[in-house]
Design a protein around this ligand. Sequence first.
Ligand SMILES: Cc1cc2nc3c(=O)[nH]c(=O)nc-3n(C[C@H](O)[C@H](O)[C@H](O)COP(=O)(O)OP(=O)(O)OC[C@H]3O[C@@H](n4cnc5c(N)ncnc54)[C@H](O)[C@@H]3O)c2cc1C
Length: 377
Amino acid sequence: MKKIAIIGGGAAGMACAALLKGKASVTLLERGERLGRKLSATGNGQGNVTNVNMGAEHYFTDCPERLSHLLERYNTEKILRFFEGMGGVFLPDPRGRVYPASRQASAVTDLLRRELSRAGTDICLGARVHAIEYDGDFRLIWEGGQMRADAVVLAAGGKAAKNFGTDGTAYALAERFGHTVLPLFPVLVQLKSDPAAVRGLKGIRADARVVLLRKEKERFSCRGDVLFTESGVSGDAVFRASSYAAAGDLLLVDLLPDVPEERILRALATGEGEDCLLCLVNNGLGRTLFRRAGGDRAVIARLIKQFPVPVTGTLGFDYAQATRGGIPLAETDDSLMSAFRRGLYFAGEILNVDGECGGYNLHWAFASAHAVAEALA
Ligand SMILES: Cc1cc2nc3c(=O)[nH]c(=O)nc-3n(C[C@H](O)[C@H](O)[C@H](O)COP(=O)(O)OP(=O)(O)OC[C@H]3O[C@@H](n4cnc5c(N)ncnc54)[C@H](O)[C@@H]3O)c2cc1C
């Protein structure tokens, strides 16, 4: 049986090992003391594993054609069949985001762990691989251990959220074989703003519509949660916008997307002072808007429909959910094997593929694991 080493016991590595059940002798090497720590924290702990609206248009990559082809082959149905084949039940929410019926991300990790135990996968925890050598077959080295393998799957994640073991050091393992590492950026992350622009709003959450403008041209818009913080804005809609944002952009937040401006003006005309905002917006938000507009009803209405948040940047990798950049997809083939070293494969976030908020990054982790496992099996 082929001996395969998988580096990284996250979403992609665990899925790949599970898919190779009975088809190869697999060792899964994880630097942390537990498998799937990041997976267990996804989707606010609920595990948004994929999305019913799947397609390359939801992703950023250097090689959209290959990605498109892979996503058609390893589509939502295929990923759900994989999980349901292990005994899980998964359901979409009204926005198309798919979660385990239990709404527990940790249960997805447990499902994969159970499968690995059934498969008899050799699991090596506390093994941070720091070198891969090649002399006809592969030799992987970590502190206190080493092993030989016929093939290696590099599924060590990106640089986002290093508290889950992903600090970006694993890219060097691929560079050693001649791979490029495209510039890395944190994505799905809070947007920073001038603190004065969001003063008095910290902690306020709204179901809003956001429009991201660059030089007055719309770059992105969507509807979802916006949460004001001390230094900017966060929340689901902002995470989605963060994929397109850069310093100098302007984010306009429509705090009442279902109410036209004229109706807001009519409501504002009926009350005295700050009371004019009663039942329109959250009281704390109302007080801030009233003060900022100097009580001018037309300015208040405009602030409600187009609250301006000048973007000064994003928070760093430690606060991001995903990484843009990494190993170019173009430096692999359709089975995600390295163009430079036969037998070396990539899966998951280490590749230059990042998706929108909504289950797209985990889908890529599982879809890429399928591509690699099918080639290896
Ligand atoms: C808080 C949070 C919430 C998220 N929520 C969602 C969501 O709801 N839906 C969604 O689609 N995506 C979500 N994401 C993104 C998603 O979790 C990642 O894109 C996905 O986990 C990437 O899978 P991966 O297997 O490539 O990497 P990871 O899951 O990051 O796993 C990589 C593993 O490799 C290990 N490793 C690294 N280097 C080495 C080494 N040298 N040797 C051995 N092991 C190594 C790491 O310890 C880690 O366990 C979220 C991310 C975060 C941080």
